[in-house]
Design a protein around this ligand. Structure first.
Ligand code: C2E
Ligand code: MG
Ligand code: MG
Ligand code: MG
Length: 284
């Protein structure tokens, strides 16, 4: 089907784009019922200390078990949920579920050191006035200490953030909740800007780790990571690296001074029991 765009100009219809738009529409309208029916679930990916490979905590990553399309990753539906505002109740569910899970791990491994839980926050959640109250409520009901929770916010969500937007994050940070700057280095990284943000963790984006894939790694890439790590440490921020897929990368990043890491080399995101097994093994 070719659509007339008026006059003698023709625009070819793109059936794939149409199909994608239809799917997007269908997914968007299905979101609220999916939340009610419990079609979402969380996978956990361990975060490990680069020094000794011990488990530091886990990041909660949401998935949708769609009755027709199967398991969908967050990239397929988080933007839609963000657009319609459903991300607020969905995000609240993820937070509640992940915090409850973390408390459960802690009870089972009381001698294993404080296991921590990382939860992603979308921009709409940041703008929602109930963020602090909801978080306090979730923590109190689960009994998890605030210091065991880390909320991940992307750099782009904080670009140009004014005092009003930073206030809830600052309140949470004052309670002891860690705030991580997720996907750091993908946006308009303004290093000087870091000083005014209430963040305590920098999560270096996977693109940095990928740059280390080559052998030998590009010396300029190494210098950049080294510089970011040293700046982060001088600002008292811990550095986590994403997307570690090989032992060589892990070693390189450890030498560059990164503190913790996450990636397929250690474990893919998986069921909560997997974290048990890893903690019990005491090393990945
Ligand atoms: P993110 O927070 O940066 O999460 C890391 C992503 O990298 C995850 O993708 C993870 O599965 C993937 N990953 C981990 N290790 C490796 C590796 O070694 N190699 C490669 N290639 N990838 C790796 P996932 O689960 O598809 O999540 C994508 C994004 O969706 C997340 O990026 C986060 O921004 C968002 N997201 C996930 N769960 C939630 C949630 O509950 N709420 C919100 N607002 N966003 C979420
Ligand atoms: Mg994240
Ligand atoms: Mg990330
Ligand atoms: Mg990322």
């Amino acid at each position: 089907r070719a659509k007339s765009a008026g006059g003698n100009r023709y625009e070819l219809a793109d059936p794939e784009a149409d199909a994608r738009a239809i799917t997007r529409h269908g997914l968007t309208t299905a979101l609220p019922a999916a939340l009610e029916r419990g079609e979402f679930f969380i996978e956990y990916q361990p975060l490990v200390h680069l020094g000794d490979g011990s488990v530091h905590g886990a990041e909660a990553l949401v998935r949708w078990c769609h009755p027709q399309h199967g398991v969908l990753g967050p990239d397929r539906f988080i933007p839609l949920a963000e657009h319609t505002g459903l991300i607020v109740p969905l995000g609240r569910w993820v937070l509640q579920e992940a915090v409850r899970q973390a408390r459960f791990w802690q009870r089972r491994h009381s001698d294993g050191g404080p296991l921590r839980i990382n939860v992603n926050l979308s921009p709409a959640q940041l703008h929602h006035p109930g963020l602090v109250a909801d978080t306090v409520d979730v923590l109190e009901r689960s009994g998890l200490e605030p210091g065991a929770l880390c909320l991940e916010v992307t750099e782009s969500a904080l670009i140009g953030a004014d005092a009003d937007l930073l206030k809830p994050l600052r309140q949470l940070a004052e309670m002891g909740v860690d705030i991580a700057l997720d996907d750091f280095g993908t946006g308009y990284s303004n290093l000087a800007n870091l000083r005014r943000l209430p963040v305590s963790v920098l999560k270096l984006d996977r693109s940095f780790t990928q740059g280390m894939q080559r052998h030998p790694a590009d010396p300029v890439d190494l210098k950049i990571v080294e510089g970011i790590v040293s700046l982060a440490h001088s600002l008292k921020l811990a550095v986590t690296v994403e997307g570690v897929e090989t032992g060589a990368q892990a070693e390189q990043l450890r030498e560059l001074g990164c503190d913790t890491a996450q990636g397929w080399y250690y474990a893919r995101p998986g069921a909560p029991d997997r974290i048990h097994a890893l903690v019990l093994a005491d090393a990945v």
